[in-house]
Design a protein around this ligand. Structure first.
Ligand code: PGA
Length: 305
């Protein structure tokens, strides 16, 4: 069977997403380019790997077999990469860091400062939501993750390193801004909230907060971006609940206000997470040491509301 590593990589992404479009997006390729490589792989295998039922694609039996092998090959390749990185040492390694969308605000700053110490190393920073981060950890597609608390029971090393308070934001002319705090929770229950997507850690935490108090959140626009939430709140489309790390200039400029609401801020923490037993490349270990050391401390200040 004549097949190429590239075909396997593209096939793996399509099989994982069960979507040519999403695989093409992830790999920064056009969809026809991905389809062509997968078709060539099907020709090489002499069997169809996908079937289309209605609008959705599914793996055939041959596709499922191919996918299992691809995942193993992928893991082996990543391990090979890690071994090579270890041999190169901390100076010329490659660090794969994946962070929650919300952590982007400070993670870029920390990675930038760290990279100045090791300019010969290379870095990749993936910014995505909580669910995608857990998938990356499960598939060993990243070295280190920065996220809210991962679920219990997974084989993960988890270290908390900074607070992550979630606050309620409003535009300055919202009627609740004039109310003396703390504003009772019942008062905000009837408000509409601009929210993040369901897989976001912020969204999960805010829903849990209201559920635990026997309340239901009224949601309006849903978006994958914290900036879009702030813009929507500024535009008068509702209130928002965001990490304080996402706020800065809007508060100083008076475009947004943090409301003093009963039970808020929701207190969460940022965690640095990696797979138990993972052979961390030296550059990744150096990053962990840096994050927990004195030098990074000024970069880890929690903004005040
Ligand atoms: P997120 O943040 O909402 O950007 O996914 C992660 C988290 O708070 O757990």
């Amino acid at each position: 069977m004549h097949l190429t590593l590239r075909q396997l990589t593209l096939f793996e992404a399509v099989a994982r997403h069960l979507s040519f479009t999403r695989a093409a997006e992830e790999l920064h390729l056009s969809q026809p380019a991905v389809s062509m490589q997968v078709r060539q792989l099907e020709d090489a295998a002499g069997l169809p790997l996908f079937e289309k039922l209605g609008k959705r694609i599914h793996l055939t039996e041959a596709g499922r077999e191919m996918y299992n092998y691809c995942r193993h090959i992928g893991e082996q390749l990543r391990e090979l990469d890690e071994v090579m990185s270890a041999l190169k040492g901390v100076r010329r390694g490659h660090l794969r860091l994946s962070v929650a969308t919300t952590a982007n605000s400070f993670a870029t700053r920390i990675l930038g400062a760290f990279a100045q110490r090791y300019p010969e190393s290379t870095y990749s920073l993936d910014v995505t939501n909580r669910k995608a981060l857990l998938d990356q950890l499960a598939e060993n597609q990243t070295d280190i993750v920065i996220m809210g608390k991962p679920p219990e029971g997974l084989d993960l090393e988890v270290q908390a390193f900074m607070e992550n308070p979630l606050v309620v934001i409003a535009r300055p002319d919202h009627p609740l801004v004039a109310e003396p705090g703390p504003i009772p929770l019942e008062r905000i229950q009837s408000e509409t909230f601009v929210v993040r997507e369901c897989e976001s850690g912020t969204r999960i935490a805010m829903e849990r907060f209201f559920r635990e108090r026997g309340m239901q959140l009224r949601t309006g626009i849903e978006t994958t971006s914290n900036s879009a939430i702030k813009n929507a709140v500024e535009a008068g489309l509702g209130l928002g609940i965001v990490s304080i790390h996402t706020l800065g200039l809007e508060l100083k400029a008076g475009a947004l206000v943090v409301l003093d609401v009963e039970g808020f801020p929701i207190l969460r923490h940022w965690h640095v997470v990696y797979r138990q037993g993972k052979r961390l490349p030296p550059i990744a270990q150096a990053f962990l040491d840096y994050l927990h050391g004195d030098e990074a401390r000024p970069l880890l200040q929690v903004p005040t509301g």
